[in-house]
Design a protein around this ligand. Structure first.
Ligand SMILES: Nc1ncnc2c1ncn2[C@@H]1O[C@H](COP(=O)(O)OP(=O)(O)OP(=O)(O)O)[C@@H](O)[C@H]1O
Length: 294
């Protein structure tokens, strides 16, 4: 067991933010935590790392109670950049983390290279851009090869190539056996990283595999719509016809190839094909549409 959270509740003064959070992670994976602003993602991470007291419930991490101080060596938490010291260099920060994590200082250059921050390793943080600070936070979080890595909005301020590099590093860590819990509002990036998403709604977690949402949706323009409908009915394909007279269907039942072959053999000409992927954004809108439009 990597994480087990049972009936976790947390309130600030009168506001209940976590209202019975419940989930388990039993094997190494990348899990995204997604939810509107203020839904409690940071609060959940802060509770899991014992930075905040909880009101009720239990949290177990790597088979231990979350308050067990030995977890410090195996769990990293990438928080926002207010934890950085403006007057210290990136090297100073990494040296400090190395010493408390009992890691050799040779790791500093190694991790700086991996993250792509060698050129400003010796500069003070006050001269850093937002993205440079994110690089340093990432380097600090992975220098000890954690078993569990919690990341609160790590993509903030990253340019496209840095975001691609971060994705590469996270996928490598996952391959090496690290479990990553990442909160982000960047649903495209989440789609690229994982299809396991915990949606935070009403102080609870809705745990979903987005496999269904990663289906492809096909839009066909055909020369003879009536004939096409007849032939699709023969194949028992579930389809709809949209306002542009396109035949729309998903790839979960009959394969796309079979549909094309059947139409072609029955003199229906497919003139154009558009393919869309249904991802996390669609599910997010279904769950939070009112919140989004408010
Ligand atoms: N220290 C605090 N004192 C009082 N209320 C707080 C405190 N920290 C957070 N809250 C409230 O708890 C709720 C959840 O906040 P939290 O930061 O956990 O949400 P979040 O999902 O991480 O949001 P975002 O996506 O904006 O980062 C919000 O309503 C927030 O105002």
């Amino acid at each position: 067991m990597i994480v087990q959270v049972d009936n976790l509740t947390k309130k600030y003064k009168k506001e209940w933010v976590l209202q019975g959070v419940q989930f388990e992670i039993n094997h190494p994976q990348i899990v995204a935590i997604v939810g509107p602003n203020g839904s409690g993602k940071t609060t959940l991470f802060n509770c899991m790392t014992n930075l905040l007291s909880i009101n009720s419930g239990t949290i177990k991490v790597l088979e231990k109670d979350y308050k067990d101080t030995s977890l410090f060596y195996d769990v990293s938490y990438l928080q926002d950049n207010r934890i950085l010291y403006e007057n210290l260099t990136a090297y100073d920060h990494l040296q400090f983390v190395c010493s408390v994590m009992k890691q050799p200082s040779t790791k500093i250059v190694e991790v700086a290279k991996r993250v792509g921050m060698e050129s400003y390793l010796k500069k003070p943080v006050q001269k850093f851009s937002l993205g440079m600070k994110q690089h340093l936070l990432l380097a600090m979080a992975i220098i000890n090869n954690p078993k569990l890595l919690l990341m609160d909005e790590p993509l903030n301020g990253l340019d496209p190539s840095s975001a691609i590099n971060m994705r590469k590093i996270l996928l490598e860590l996952y391959e090496e056996g690290t479990t990553i819990m990442i909160s982000s509002h960047n649903l495209d990036e989440i789609d690229r990283l994982t299809n396991t998403i915990f949606f935070m709604k009403d102080g609870q977690i809705l745990e979903e595999s987005l496999k269904n949402y990663n289906m492809k949706q096909y839009f066909l323009n055909v020369n003879n719509l009536a004939q096409a409908k007849d032939k699709l009915n023969e194949l028992s394909v579930s389809y709809t016809v949209n306002k542009d007279d396109q035949v729309v269907f998903y790839d979960n039942e009959t394969s796309f190839q079979d549909v094309l072959i059947h139409l072609n053999q029955n003199d229906v000409l497919v003139e154009d094909i558009d393919i869309k992927r249904i991802g996390a954004e669609k599910r997010y809108l279904e769950l939070f549409e009112r919140t989004v439009s408010e």
